[in-house]
Design a protein around this ligand. Sequence first.
Ligand SMILES: Nc1ncnc2c1ncn2[C@@H]1O[C@H](COP(=O)(O)OP(=O)(O)OP(=O)(O)O)[C@@H](O)[C@H]1O
Length: 286
Amino acid sequence: MATTPTVEVIDLHHSYGSKQIYAKLDLTIEPGTVFGLLGKNGVGKSTLINILMGYLQPTRGQCMVFGEPSHQLSAPTRQRIALLYEGFTSYDYMTIEQIERFFSPFYPRWEKRLFYELIALMDVQQQQKLNTLSFGQKSQVILGLLFAQDADLLILDDYSMGLDAGYRYLLVDYLKNYIQGTQKTVLITSHIMSDLEKLVKEIAIVDRSTDVYRDSMSNFCQQFRCYEVDGEQAKIEGIHRREKRGEITRLYSFLDQQAIETKINKKTTPVEVSFEERFLGFVGKY
Ligand SMILES: Nc1ncnc2c1ncn2[C@@H]1O[C@H](COP(=O)(O)OP(=O)(O)OP(=O)(O)O)[C@@H](O)[C@H]1O
């Protein structure tokens, strides 16, 4: 029997006035997937999350979450979704213990243990008020509240904002463990590409056009390649982006080496690049 996708977006269009963000977007996120929604600032990642949560009605098209239209989610379905907002910082006046007690009655599957597991990884006291915690520690408490919900869909919108490398690593490891062997789905946005590379299986890259690139992380990394050539290189179909670096030019393309050399009639040198460079090669730096 076919399983219901966790998220299904069909022919989605969205505009703010004359500014079009999405056109004809189709997207499916299957249960158990860690899905990275990637794109530079202001391309529309939060817009899509707001549509999925039912906070925003799309201009056209359908968005289904656990098989229900996102703008009419039933209460039991809503309880299956845990959302981390960009920069969530309410309830600062409560202590760590108080905020756990405050949140727990709202969630039928609340797992106090998961909250305190994450707290135990930090050097803080349970009687400390949130407004006495460092920024990273407070973010960790908020993530603890999210994990304790034991939701089936976790939406983490820029979870890494303000976290130092140590806390980010801790979180990535914790998240991997948390979902291992479950059918939990994670939809994540972040500007820290190295974190995403370790976590994410499927990606959608939103750029300033209304086209959205979708594939597995491994296909993108294998198929979207970087080559260097001497001197300048004119714009040619099949070269996604050119980047002049002194005497050489970096070319980013989905073509393999032989195809690109035939096209430009020059020798190239393949270059191993990080996921971040590849991503920037796709969306551009500015
Ligand atoms: N209510 C609104 N009215 C008009 N324009 C809006 C509205 N909300 C968002 N926008 C614009 O739509 C675009 C997409 O915004 P969105 O917040 O979805 O981007 P984002 O990809 O999440 O960005 P970031 O990475 O900076 O969080 C931006 O240019 C933003 O200014």
